[in-house]
Ligand binder design. Structure first.
Ligand SMILES: [Zn+2]
Length: 58
């Protein structure tokens, strides 16, 4: 029997076993990944802005 990678509860459906986690955890995982991607994009924007300041100063 396969267990959910996030909560270690037994997976009931074949679809969940294929995904490695249950539908609720899969949704949470997707939300976290979207949030992480958003934060990465924010960091990238900050880096671009900082580069612009350096260019303006020189
Ligand atoms: Zn789970």
């Amino acid at each position: 029997m396969k267990l959910c990678e996030r909560c270690n509860r037994p997976l009931k459906s074949q679809k969940s076993m294929d995904a490695g986690m249950g539908p609720v955890c899969k949704k949470k995982q997707a939300e976290e990944e979207a949030q992480a991607e958003f934060e990465r994009n924010q960091l990238t924007i900050d880096e671009v802005l900082n580069d612009g300041k350096i260019e303006n100063a020189s």
